[in-house]
Write a new protein. Sequence first.
Length: 88
Amino acid sequence: MRINLRHGIWVLAVAVGLGVGGVSLQAAGAPYFQDHEQDYSKNKTYQVGMRDGQSDHAHNKDHSKKRHFKKDDDQKAYESGYQKGRGN
C-alpha cells in the first residue's frame, strides 16, 4: 500500500506541474496575439483606405490606388482600412 501511495503522489505532482506550466505559457503568449489586431478606426489613413476599398469594390477594381506612406503604422492602417472597405 505504501508504494501505491507514493506513486499516486508523484502522479498528482506531475499533473499539477503540467497544469501550472500550461497556464503560465498560455498567459505569456497572450500579449503577442492581442497586438496583432489594432483599432485603426479613428486613424485618418485608415479612413482613406476604407474609402478607396469601397470605391474599388463598387467599380470592381483590384487595389487600383497604390498609396505608400512613410510611416509603417500609417501603411498598416491604410491597408487594414482598404481590406475592410473592400469587404475582405
